[in-house]
Structure formats: structure tokens, C-alpha cells
Design a protein around this ligand. Structure first.
Ligand code: KG4
Ligand code: ZN
Length: 431
């Protein structure tokens, strides 16, 4: 195995303070000996220089219009979020032109609300950070177009943001987690596991070969017409499945766990969705009057949730073992960070906790509000980049959004070659 991707970036703090650090930004955030540490201000000299730098973050990559104003210390000064969830629930999924129209209708108000709450005028901003990749082209376009207008009007630097990198690093707002750490991103559009070595430095260990877990939970919920269920009318598909699963018996249905013969860290959910669809079709023929929700919907929800959870947990277990074998994570006190909309699922978190307990890792999950799409995570990613002085454009001319974008350096082939067999681990959770 080549050693190039295995060597950790052991560099001194870029401000030259303190001893050699595991990662360049460690002291700048957490070592208060460094004048650039969290909460410190720009070098003194003038009154203006005592002001912390401030970033406006803008998110429109999918179906949430989000904005937040944050200072250099990571304090949220203002935020606003407009979710399109209800509209898309009614149409049974996101229709890109509808998402675009709703972003256009709301972006001005959302940004204005975040600025008003912060009492910061656009002219006082140090930079504007906006998601430019990956995501829905029509949605990304709205955020970028609005941003370019603001940048021109107020002559501000631009920090383009990778949506998945922002999800991966949101945890650092709350926990002083050091690089390198393992990060699992599970949402409606994405499913991947990676080592985070730095703010823009990731090693991709595996990703979904077809659908994302949130997507299949949404599809199963739709197939079960859970939107008509009196307890689930305002819930996303994933939330509805989690809610009903609490009242269900997962043992009533025997679902085959995906990719049992693939000893890598990739994921697959399409086969599971087909299995569940077949069960639902069969049950509908057997047991229902037209227009009613299946009496076994709770049991189906419990079975699908458990199978999704154990598939994710097994791939994560292998990723941890691979990282430990190859020195990609600290031998002690390693951390698994889980983020994305599906990470707010308590059953999935508890299943992952079994894996982290068995492997001596800490499990860190941002609070549910920060797991889903929002402007705060974009502003925070902007602040991290600003503090490090990376990815800041003073001339955004020619910048384009990118609906598809790679995430980190892909070493999933190495993981596959290693073909690690998992030791037995009981992934059973008692409700
Ligand atoms: O991160 P997110 O807000 O948007 C992107 O997909 O990028 O994630 C939304 C997804 C939806 O598929 C939703 O069903 C799922 O996260 N989700 C959940 C839960 N809450 C939201 N899935 C399982 N359990 C939940 N509690
Ligand atoms: Zn997201």
C-alpha cells in the first residue's frame, strides 16, 4: 500500500506558536497560547482592527434557503432558514424548478433577516461564503447569483463552499475535535464515509453506489402514504419512519442486509428499497381497504430502519478498522463524527454507538438542528477558511456552481483491496 495517503499532516502551527501539532490549525482554534486562537481578534493597531471578522453564509443547494452571520469566534450573530419541506412533501419529492422558484422568492428575506438579527450591515462583512457545490443546479444558481450581486455591490471577498465539507466540519463549532477524525455523512442526497485531515483535506473511504439512506426512507414513507398518517403529516419521510418504528416490531419482516459479500466501505440502498416495495405491494393485496394505511406500517418502518442502521454501522465498523490498521486515526481517542439529516435518527445513532464503544472511539453528532441543511454550517465553514486564509477569492469572476463534485481523495479502492472481515458485533437495540 502506498504510504503517501497514510502519512498524517504533522506540521507546525502556521503561526509558529507552541510545539509541533498534529494538524496545522490545531493551535489556531484551541490553543489559547496562540494569539490567533479561537475568540482572538485581529492584530491591534486601530480601533477597526479590534473588530472580529464576520462572515455571511448562504445555503441554497437543495430545498432549504439558509443564511447566517457569524463572527470569527464562531458566535452566531444572526440566522434565518426557510424550509421548502412542506411543499415538496405534498408533491411527493423535490421538483427542481419549484425549488428554484421558492429559493428566488425567499432568498432576499432570509438574508435580510439574518443581517437584521446580527445588526451587521453588509459593508461590515469580512467575506461572503456560499454553497457552490454539489447540489441541484437550479437551486445552487439562485444562491450564487444573489451572492455575486452582493459581492459586487459591497466589494467583498468570496469564499465558495463545498456543501459536504461544510456538513463534515460543522461539529467543530461545538466540540473541539482535532484532525484527523472519521466522518460519516448520511442525508437525503448523500452517503459517504471519509477521514477529515484538514479543512479542505479529506480521504474518501466509501460512498453510496446508488441511493442515499434519507432518500430511501423518504421513498418508503411515500409508498406507505405516511403523509396521510395523523401522527406524521408534517414530518419528513425519515422522521415518520423513526416515529412509527418506535411502535413497530422489526422482527415481523426479514430484510436482507445489503452488500454482505462486499468487504469494502461502500453503501447500497436500492436493493433494500426494492425488497420493501415488494413487501408493501404484497401486504396491500392481502390486508387493506383502498386508501388506508397498512396496519403493518409500523413493523415495516421498524424493519427498514433497523436494516438501514445496521448496514451503515457495518460499513462504519470496517472504516474504523481500516483507519486503525493504516494509522489514519489516532490510536487512542479517535472520533467518529456523524452528520447530515439522517444523523438525527436516534436509532441509527445508538447503533453507531455500539460500534464506537466496541472500537474505543468517541461518537460525536451535532445537534439535529445543525445536522440538516442550514446557513450556519456554511458561515462556519467560511470562518474556518478565513481563519486559515484558504479558499478566499478576491475576484469571483468566472466562478460557476457545480451540481456534481468529488469529495476528497478517493481511496475506496484501497479499502476494497484490504477486504477486512468484521468481527462479530451484536447490533441489537432494545426499544
Ligand atoms: O441533510 P438534509 O437536511 O438534506 C440533504 O439531504 O442534504 O437531510 C434530509 C434527509 C431527508 O431524506 C430526511 O428524510 C432525512 O434527512 N431525515 C431523517 C430524519 N430526519 C430527517 N432520516 C431518518 N431519521 C430522522 N429522524
Ligand atoms: Zn445537506
Amino acid at each position: 500500500m502506498s504510504s503517501s495517503f497514510l502519512s498524517l499532516s504533522r506540521r507546525s502551527c502556521r503561526h509558529g506558536v507552541g510545539m509541533t501539532m498534529l494538524n496545522s490549525d490545531r493551535c489556531c482554534y484551541w490553543n489559547l497560547k496562540c494569539p490567533f486562537a479561537l475568540g482572538s481578534y485581529r492584530a491591534a493597531g486601530s480601533q477597526a482592527a479590534l473588530q472580529p471578522r464576520i462572515v455571511l453564509g448562504i445555503e441554497t443547494s437543495c430545498d432549504d434557503t439558509g443564511a447566517a452571520v457569524m463572527d470569527e469566534a464562531g458566535r452566531i450573530l444572526g440566522e434565518s432558514l426557510h424550509s421548502q419541506k412542506e411543499v415538496h412533501l405534498k408533491t411527493g419529492g423535490i421538483i427542481p424548478p419549484v425549488a428554484q422558484r421558492l429559493h428566488k422568492e425567499n432568498i432576499h428575506r432570509v438574508i435580510q433577516e439574518a443581517l437584521d438579527m446580527s445588526r451587521i450591515s453588509p459593508s461590515e462583512l469580512s467575506a461572503i461564503a456560499t454553497t457552490i457545490k454539489p447540489g441541484l443546479a437550479l437551486s445552487l444558481g439562485v444562491g450564487l447569483e444573489y451572492t455575486l450581486k452582493l459581492l459586487k455591490q459591497y466589494n467583498k471577498p468570496f469564499i465558495p463552499i463545498h456543501h459536504m465539507e461544510a456538513h463534515a466540519l460543522t461539529v467543530r463549532m461545538i466540540h473541539p475535535v482535532q484532525f484527523p477524525f472519521l466522518v460519516l455523512l448520511v442525508s437525503g442526497g448523500h452517503c459517504l464515509i471519509a477521514v477529515a485531515n484538514g479543512i479542505t483535506d479529506f480521504l474518501l473511504l466509501g460512498q453510496s453506489l446508488d441511493e442515499a439512506p434519507g432518500d430511501i426512507l423518504d421513498k418508503v414513507a411515500r409508498r406507505l402514504t405516511l403523509i396521510e398518517h395523523p401522527e406524521c403529516t408534517t414530518m419528513s419521510g425519515g422522521q415518520a419512519i423513526e416515529h412509527l418504528a418506535k411502535q413497530g416490531d422489526r422482527m415481523k419482516f426479514n430484510l436482507k442486509s445489503p452488500m454482505g459479500q462486499h468487504f469494502d466501505c461502500n453503501f447500497s440502498f436500492a436493493g433494500l428499497r426494492n425488497q420493501v416495495t415488494q413487501i408493501i405491494t404484497k401486504k396491500e393485496k392481502e390486508d387493506i381497504e383502498k386508501g388506508q394505511i397498512l396496519s403493518c406500517a409500523n413493523d415495516i418502518a421498524a424493519a427498514v430502519q433497523h436494516t438501514v442502521a445496521s448496514h451503515i454501522a457495518k460499513r462504519t465498523h470496517r472504516a474504523i478498522l481500516f483507519c486503525k490498521m493504516n494509522g489514519l486515526l489516532p490510536q487512542n481517542n479517535g472520533a467518529l463524527v456523524v452528520s447530515g439529516g439522517v444523523a438525527s435518527n436516534q436509532y441509527i445513532r445508538r447503533t453507531l454507538q455500539i460500534v464506537t464503544d466496541a472500537t474505543g472511539m468517541a461518537l460525536l453528532c451535532p445537534p439535529p438542528k445543525l445536522c440538516t441543511d442550514n446557513g450556519v454550517m456554511i458561515a462556519w465553514n467560511g470562518i474556518e477558511k478565513l481563519r486559515e486564509g484558504i479558499g478566499i477569492l478576491h475576484n469571483p469572476e468566472g466562478i460557476c456552481y457545480e451540481p456534481k463534485a468529488a469529495f476528497g481523495a478517493d481511496i475506496s479502492g484501497k479499502v476494497k483491496e484490504a477486504a477486512i472481515k468484521l468481527p462479530h458485533l451484536k447490533l441489537k437495540i432494545r426499544e
